[in-house]
Design a protein around this ligand. Structure first.
Ligand code: B12
Length: 222
């Protein structure tokens, strides 16, 4: 792997946002994820490799260390910030050049859950796939999904959850949508969910990653 991708992985893992950021003390004065992502882009390393070889593995390591009680919420938050600084720079690469959208995709992280990195990634890539995006943010309950659907008839809905305690809220949201706006296509994703759970709560499709979401959405559009 290029040295720059290794450095970026380390910067995100340790929560180094940019050169001026005082955290973590051992990387004081060194480049952070912002500068390293810029350099990677300038070196013509594609956004997909930056994501797959640095950013996503970094968050995997962070999760592992959190599970082992080697780091705590504040450190996890700094890593999320560092990842966010990179994602801002990657967004233009995923943004759509298409003028006419294939359809509308309403996405949100479900009630009780504040994790938005994966959701943002999905929305960025789906937008790049030619869909118009309505991102409802985090901690979203059924009422807000239904309101957005009423304003955008025929839109496909995407639900994200990262916690085993909040994935259950997906079931309640799916039921409410089914009751009020039958026929809506609902896609779910996030680390704790899978195809079995999708079937159990009556959603239409589970995708493990943005690519799977795009493929499903394109099947709906054609
Ligand atoms: C960063 C992080 C945080 C940050 C979130 C910042 C932010 N802005 O998102 C902060 C510090 C706030 C946080 C808080 C907490 N967290 Co946290 N967090 C993480 C961490 C390290 C990374 C998550 C992440 O961004 N991954 C990278 C992205 C790219 O991956 P992803 O989200 O899975 O998304 C991908 C796919 O799942 C999919 N996808 C995601 N959504 C969707 C939606 C659709 C429609 C589709 C198709 C696909 C899809 O596509 C994405 C790209 O491939 C994970 C560990 C991990 N390895 O996941 C823990 C983790 C999720 N957190 C955990 C916990 C316990 C918490 C807290 C409860 C801690 C606490 N005691 O306070 C709180 C909960 C706060 C809340 N109410 O939500 C646990 C969850 C355990 C569980 N099974 O329930 C984990 C797994 C850590 C661990 N190993 O214990 N966290």
């Amino acid at each position: 792997m290029e040295e720059i991708l290794e450095k970026l992985l380390e910067a995100v893992e340790l929560g180094k946002v940019d050169q001026n950021s005082p955290y973590p003390p051992q990387l004081k004065g060194q480049e952070g994820s912002y500068e390293l992502t810029l350099k990677a882009i300038e070196s013509k390393i594609g956004p997909q490799r930056i994501l797959e070889e640095s950013l996503i593995p970094a968050m995997g390591r962070v999760g592992q260390k959190f599970s082992e009680n080697k780091i705590f919420v504040p450190q996890m938050l700094m890593s999320a910030k560092a990842m966010g600084a990179s994602m801002i720079l990657l967004k233009p690469f995923f943004a759509s050049g298409d003028l006419k959208a294939k359809g509308t995709f309403i996405i949100g992280t479900v009630k009780g859950d504040l994790h938005d990195i994966g959701k943002n990634l999905v929305s960025m890539m789906v937008e790049g796939g030619g869909w118009s995006i309505i991102d409802l943010g985090v901690d979203v309950g059924s009422e807000r999904f239904i309101e957005a659907l009423k304003n955008n008839p025929g839109a496909v809905v995407g639900l994200s959850a990262l916690l085993t305690t909040t994935m259950v809220n997906m079931g309640e949201i799916v039921s409410s949508i089914r009751e009020q706006i039958p026929g809506t296509k609902i896609l779910i994703g996030g680390a704790p969910v899978n195809a079995d759970f999708c079937q159990k709560i009556g959603a239409d499709f589970y995708a493990p990653d943005p690519q799977g979401a795009i493929e499903y959405l394109n099947r709906q559009a054609s």
